[in-house]
Write a protein that binds this ligand. Structure first.
Ligand code: SAH
Length: 220
């Protein structure tokens, strides 16, 4: 596969720079996150027909009834995850098209990414390889169980909304680690939560209303 990494017109570096400036206006303040958002092509993760809309602040379809997360949400969740410093190991649930994965891969030592739709996982893997992001490990599975083999994780980012935080994910969070997850019933209001594991407990912070696709059971 050959990717148009640089982009022209609506997918150009200038358009991306404007997107990053908008993110700063919306309150994203972590410079490293803003830099990575400015330099990572988003248009290569979507169908050509939608590429010209890649830098709008909106979620867009990626097939299989799923969506690529909105740039603001990707930046916000990443910033929240990095609050405790650069993470060594990050677990991501919901690889999707791989855009959030690409952002995380540049800000953590290793990313472990779980996806329940095989075709999406394969596509994401190819694009990340072309982007030379090789510190990403992929699992085709149900994110409800996390990925026990590499636990504990310094950061866990969940890209689909669950009615409650899966127990396995709480268990796989390192002490001092941070999880960012949208919580809410399917079709109902959802809240972005940040959960920090302390020596003996978990601290829950309810942050802002969000709108994610549902966290589904099993593999497709
Ligand atoms: N950050 C991704 C978000 C994709 S949408 C992107 O920007 O492309 C959420 C993703 O979570 C979908 O790909 C969906 O298939 C996946 N997902 C939903 N429930 C899951 C589960 N139980 N385990 C693993 N992945 C899941």
């Amino acid at each position: 596969m050959s990717l148009d990494l640089q982009g022209i017109g609506m997918t150009s570096p200038r358009t991306r720079k404007r997107m990053a400036a908008r993110l700063a206006e919306q309150g994203i303040s972590n410079e490293e996150v803003l830099t990575v958002m400015r330099t990572t092509p988003r248009h290569v993760f979507m169908d050509e027909a939608l590429a010209s809309r890649a830098y709008e602040d909106t979620a867009l379809p990626i097939g299989f009834n799923q969506t690529i997360s909105q740039p603001y949400i990707v930046a916000k969740m990443t910033e929240l995850l990095l609050a405790a410093g650069r993470p060594g190991k990050v677990l991501e649930i919901g690889t999707g098209c791989g855009y959030q994965t690409a952002i995380l891969a540049q800000l953590a030592d290793h990313v472990y990414s779980v996806e329940r739709i095989l075709a999406l996982q394969k596509k994401a893997k190819d694009i990340l390889w072309d982007l030379k992001l090789k510190n990403v490990h992929y699992l085709y599975g149900d994110g409800h169980s996390g990925w026990a083999d590499y636990a504990p994780y310094d950061g866990i980012l969940v890209a689909a909304a669950a009615p409650e935080v899966p127990e396995a994910l709480l268990q796989q969070l390192a002490i001092g680690g941070v999880m960012v997850i949208p919580v809410g019933e399917n079709g109902g209001p959802q809240t972005l939560q940040r959960i920090t594991r302390t020596a003996h407990n978990y601290k829950f912070e309810h942050l802002e209303p969000v709108s994610f696709v549902p966290f589904l059971p099993g593999k497709d």
